[in-house]
Design a protein around this ligand. Structure first.
Ligand code: ATP
Ligand code: MG
Length: 254
């Protein structure tokens, strides 16, 4: 097991944001966390990245306890694609992408090589994009830079918080394909957060459905479709099924 989260729990004042969340992640595997707004997805990811300390529970990476490892070492091994891209507005694309390599004191040549390779991989070549500021990018381009930044220090795990939010369908498909390609090329494991069962179906090996801070069901997409554990799960499945039905009606038989 690469990553093991055991009974993670986090309260904010009166809110129990995350309650007893446990799961494992094998090398190269992708887990989707899916659920309604406010159910605790971002808080869970932030605990996985140690941006938020859990009140209870434990976290192991490759058999080592998270809190026995320095924070910078942890964050080198676990990249984070922040919700709404989360780029630093007053830093260029290059500075944003190279945040972690700089913290790790990589030499200039290695940083430059990494920057060029990553920007190529996400389809935004350094010659055109490295010196731009986030405000000079489209939403989809920002999401791609967020992805490049998360991959910069060659992490074993990438956490993605709604990487496709607010993207038009074509841009979203392009980014989905990029992530697929990067995953097979670089071999990282991933935990991705989404509201959308369709995205989870497309990218994840397993899906964990969250409701009010808890994981209410975890399994493959097939498991969830075959026997949804409760109404939250069936509601999440209903919207994409209706969408699929109207698409097949529109295209007609044959
Ligand atoms: N820093 C904070 N202080 C107080 N309450 C918080 C804080 N961060 C999150 N919460 C609360 O914890 C709960 C879970 O929030 P979280 O951001 O994890 O939800 P989410 O599932 O990511 O939602 P969304 O899909 O809208 O991004 C919510 O009720 C939220 O209001
Ligand atoms: Mg969130």
């Amino acid at each position: 097991m690469l990553l093991c989260a055991d009974r993670l729990t986090k309260r904010f004042d009166q809110t129990l944001a995350v309650s007893n969340v446990s799961f494992g992640l094998e090398p190269g595997e992708t887990l989707a966390l899916i659920g309604h707004s406010g159910c605790g997805k971002t808080t869970t990811l932030k605990m996985l990245n140690r941006l938020i300390e859990p009140d209870e529970g434990s976290l192991m990476l490759g058999g080592v306890n998270a809190f026995d490892m320095p924070g910078h070492e942890w964050r080198r091994r676990i990249g984070f694609v922040i919700q709404h891209a989360g780029l630093f507005p007053h830093r260029t694309v290059a500075e944003n992408v190279l945040v972690t390599p700089r913290l790790l004191d990589w030499d200039e040549a290695r940083q430059q090589d990494k920057l060029e390779a990553l920007l190529d991989m996400v389809g935004l070549p350094a010659s055109d994009y490295a010196d731009r500021y986030p405000a000079e990018l489209s939403g989809g381009q920002r999401q791609r830079i967020g992805l490049a930044r998360a991959l910069a220090a060659e992490p074993e795990i990438v956490l993605m918080d709604e990487p496709f939010a607010a993207l038009d369908p074509l841009t979203k498909t392009g980014l989905l394909e990029d992530i697929d390609r990067l995953k097979s090329k670089l071999g990282f494991a991933a935990v991705m957060v989404t509201h959308d069962f369709g995205e989870a179906l497309r990218l994840a090996d397993r899906i964990a459905v969250m409701d009010r801070g808890e994981i209410v069901q975890e399994g493959t997409a097939e498991d969830l479709i075959r026997s949804p554990a409760n109404e939250t799960v069936s509601d999440l499945l209903a919207a994409p099924q209706q969408m699929a039905a109207s698409i097949s009606r529109a295209f007609g038989p044959g």
